[in-house]
Each structure stands twice: as structure tokens, then as C-alpha cells.
Design a protein around this ligand. Sequence first.
Ligand SMILES: [Zn+2]
Ligand SMILES: [Zn+2]
Length: 550
Amino acid sequence: MAKNKSNKTLRVIPLGGLGEIGKNMTVFEYGGDILIVDTGIMFPEGDMLGIDYIIPDFQYLMDKRDRVKGIVITHGHEDHTGAIHHVLQEINAPIYATPLTRGLLEVKLARGGVHQKAKLHTVNAGDTVQIGQFTVEFAHVCHSIPDCVALGITTPAGLIVHTGDYKLDHTPVDNWPTDYAKLAEWAGRGVMAMLADSTNADKAGWTPSERVIEPAFDKVFREAKGRILVATFASLISRIQQVAEAAQRHGRKMAFVGTSMRENAKMAVQLGYLKVDDELVVPIDDALKMRPDQVVLMCTGSQGEPSSIVGRLATGTNRQFDLVAGDTVVLSSHPIPGNEETVSKVINKLFQRGAHVIYDPIAAVHVSGHASQDEMLFMLNLVKPEYLIPVHGELRHLHQHAKLAQRVGLAPEDIAVIENGQVVEFRNGKMHLAERVPGGYVFVDGSGVGDIGPSVMREREALARDGFIFVNLKIDDVTGHLLTEPEIITRGFVYMRDSDQLLAETRRQIEKAVAQSNGNLQNSVEQSLRNFFFDATKRRPMIFVVVNKQ
Ligand SMILES: [Zn+2]
Ligand SMILES: [Zn+2]
């Protein structure tokens, strides 16, 4: 049992990462002080047209920004760091991160233009930091990037453990296993609640070590006759290390392609998290002049993002170089749930352009960075929380995690399977669900943040699906009658010139609506066309009516 609990309330407010994979962000609130853990982004799904990425809705914090005492980032992946400059624009709080995570944040902040404003503090696994009324301890955990931490957060209300993203890898690429002793030490003190990674809650067994990729890479390097292009996240530093080692073993030079990949690699080398020989790395311009079988290019784009290197190679729009026959492209990451279709399309296009493509089910060129069921059970038994809040997963993952927890003795009522925005309170050592706060999507596109609301998304969907119709009406200001035939223009709907009957009927509908209208003419015409088109074609094009009174 946990000791030293006062009757003050600790509030846990998940703003992202619950009911989805991505945009992780959790708020802890105690005695007027606020601590933020992670500020991630999520990549758009295929039907989110024109959206670059999505950030958590943190309007809950807007009238409390002065109370935010700190932002702790568990590790350097985009789904935990990507929204940092958006948060810093509104909230001026110090950031705490381990050296590699800090380095990745600095690269990001410099590009986001808010580097000056940021107050970054380096912490190391094993450290304890006082942030307002929160005593935060950092314990090293394995994942697919070095320097990840789990958090032990102590307030007078009790001790909460946040696992961050983790796997229990006994042979990690950086030879630094998870700090079981620290987790056990927390358990010894009594853990009131644990927030734990649920990503692989539906996968049986134990996630293989990152090391299992090595033989798969060796096979690729042995068999490739031409260039090798390896695509992964720019923040997947462990994977970059493995590619570098494979390149070394097989006598190829390595080049980093794209700004984010180049900057991250440079920073990770400077900090000592990426160990590559000076002679191994060559600039991309040199690599492109070398014999194809002597180079490996490290690129972004394993998720098929259109603006990434691989995304552009797939569409033939990369400026610096194109794919050539004989290239081998390795997609070294697993599609983020919801992204499978995009990735499949990119794979098809890469084949179409003559490349040989190697991806996860074909060869073990990727292994998950997240714990599977046995590791999740192990974590529950090790940390022994009284309450569990499954985080980092779609609803199905959160539910599976809850089932696992019941197998090791937690009662269903001691597990909060909740979604973003559901406030959880801990009072007198007991967990209660409290109110809901906004926890939805904020869309970011090239031009701005949040100006793309759900209604704009619906319009984009409608345009993409059924096209639009433009109707120009010349109306006699006195009589209210049409002066000429309505002008009708369509795009992406039906080819009106081949649809005489539909066109004629559309005209009749407009004339009828004009004749019968006794209010807003524009609205009545739009409404009658909407009904008519749906009845006639089962489609819902966007309709614009312009009324010129003369
Ligand atoms: Zn991660
Ligand atoms: Zn994550």
C-alpha cells in the first residue's frame, strides 16, 4: 500500500494518445501546479485531405498556462515531441529531457522558430527533479530510440508511474537494458497508479530484440546488386545505427538524405548516441556519383508521407535524384495503424519505377519498439500499481491491456479505459472519473494551425468524393424572374455535357426553386439541388449558387 497520501486531489488529464496511436500528451495537476508529459503529433489518415499533421487540443490549458511548471518529454519520437513548438507558442514552461531527446527537440525547435524562447534542461536516467509540487524521477527503458525514460511522479497524493514507450529488450542495440531495479524500487514504495504503453496489447509473447534485424539487413546487403535505400523515421536513431553497422560489414558508404535525417544524425553523432566511422559517411552528392553497389542511402518516408524522400521518389518528384532500375528500397518500420493503405500504394509505385522493395512481412527488416503481452504482464507484476490507466493505443489496445491487467489481479473497477479528455482524479488514494474536457484533433496544414476545423475537413471530403457544382443566376431585381438560362459548371461530379437529361432536369429544378422562393434565393436553390442530386445520383456534390440581381 502506498503511504503518505493526503486528501489533496491529483488530476490526470489525457489530451492525446488514448483511443489512437499518436499525439501523446498527458497533463498532471496537483495543488494548483501543472506538469505536462509529452507533446506529440499524429500523422493524418488517408481521408484527411491536405493535412500535414494533427496536434492535441490543449485548450484546457489555455486559462491555466501560468500554472504549468514544466514539460517532461519521455523520448525523441514525433508522437511525443512533434507538437512542442505549438505548445511553446502558448505556454512558456521549462522542458526536461534526456540528452538525445533534448538534441532532437533542439533540431525541431530551431526549425519551428521558437528556439530562443525554449528553456531546456537536460536530465539523465536516474535523476530526480523537482517541478513545482511534482517530484519526477527518471528510469531508463528500452524502445526503438536510445535515451528513453519512464517517469515516477510523486506528489503528496501518491506515486504515479508513467512507462513512456517501452519494450523489455535484453540485448538492445545500445547495450543499455531497461532499469528494472528502479521500477522495483518504485514498487517497493507503493505505486498508486500506472499509465502504461498499450500499443502491442493484442500481440502475444515477447517483442523480439532490436538485434533480430541484423541478419535480415545482412541478407539485403549481400543480395542487392545496386543502390540500397533504407527508409525509416528520422528519429529512429537505433535503426540508423544498425544500417551503419551493416554498411560497415558489407563495405558500402552511407549517405543521409533529407534535412531532418541529416540534422538528426549529425546531432546524434555529436552526442555519442550514433557511432559511425568518419570514413563511412559521405555527402549525398558524392554518394550519387559512386558505383551503385557501393552505397546505402538513409532516407525518410517509411510511412509513405508524400513530402518525404521515399514519398517523392515514388511519385518521381524528388529533386536531387530518381530511382533507377536495380535499386533496393527497404521500408524499415511498420505502418502506423490507419496508414497501411498509403504505405501499400507507395510500395506499388516504387515497384512500378523499377525498384525492388523489401518491407516488413517480406523480411524481418523491422521489429516493434513496444512491449507485447508478456512484457506488459511483467511490467504490471514488477511495478504492482493499485490502479492502471492504459495509454498509447487505440481503444482495442486499451481494452486488451485492461484484460491483461485483470489476469494479474487488478479488479475491472481499478482500471480506467478512457479516451482523450476524460479527467481522472485520485483522492484519498482512490481513483474516480471526473469531468470531460476537450480532447479532439487540431489540424495543421501548410498555412496554419487550427484554422482547419471539422467542417472544413467535411467540405474537403465532399469535394474529393463528389466534386462541386457552380450555378450562376441572373435575376431581374424587380420581378424576381430569371433573366437568362442558369449557368451551370461542374467539376468532379458528372460530365454534364454527356448528361443532357440530368442537365435539363437541373435547369428545371433551379427554375422551379427560383419561382417558388420567397426567402433567401441562394439557400432555396442550394437546398433543392442538394435534394435533387441525391435522389438522382446518390451523390452529394458541394453546391455553390451565386445570385446576380440586375
Ligand atoms: Zn516511441
Ligand atoms: Zn509513441
